[in-house]
Design a protein around this ligand. Sequence first.
Ligand code: PRP
Length: 214
Amino acid sequence: MKPMLNVALPKGRLGERVYAMFEKAGFECPSIKETNRKLIFENEACGVRYFWVKPSDVAIYVARGAADIGVAGKDILLEYEPDVYELVDLHTGVCRMAVAAPKGFRYDPSRTLKVATKFSNIAKNYYASQGRDIDIIHLNGSIEIAPILGLSDVIVDIVETGITLKENDLEVIETVVPISARLIANKASFKFKNEQIEKIANSISMQVQAEANK
Ligand code: PRP
């Protein structure tokens, strides 16, 4: 019998969309659709076990081999640089990492820019690539408040619809990088469970193509 393939899915709407892609790839697990608080589901016949984890934790499970594959946002991959393979861009969960500031903000090159963010590594790399010196203020959420209260000059954060910025009188001043969900694999699993992983990666990549051609 083939070994079970362990899949970490991001809990929430994105995860449900992504599960549908795995299902189409032939790795269905009907019990996952039962509405309860269970976090692990398996279908022995298909040789697959799914678990719902916090989206920002998927890469940790995969990097350490607790999951063979998973789906993580490019933001998390860029921020934490986990040692995993990035196999497919799912073209879902699309948003961008951006610098935003209060309306009318003017950059003053004579002062060190104060940047509030949850994504310190991304912000650091972005400004370093431009040779700009910054002071990072790491926050864990509600980043939009920082420039309003004078804690920072700008923020580096995820922008999807732009509604959060708008409602807080902020606007995008620079785009750092586009973001979307990625299928990732543990490096050892990719070797030892290659057949199953390739099957999923190929099917999902074809589904993404078909969706793009619609
Ligand atoms: C992100 C981000 C913004 C918001 C942007 O937060 O930090 O607050 O989404 O979305 P919008 O452009 O559609 O308004 P998220 O909900 O991912 O989680 P968080 O509250 O933990 O930051």
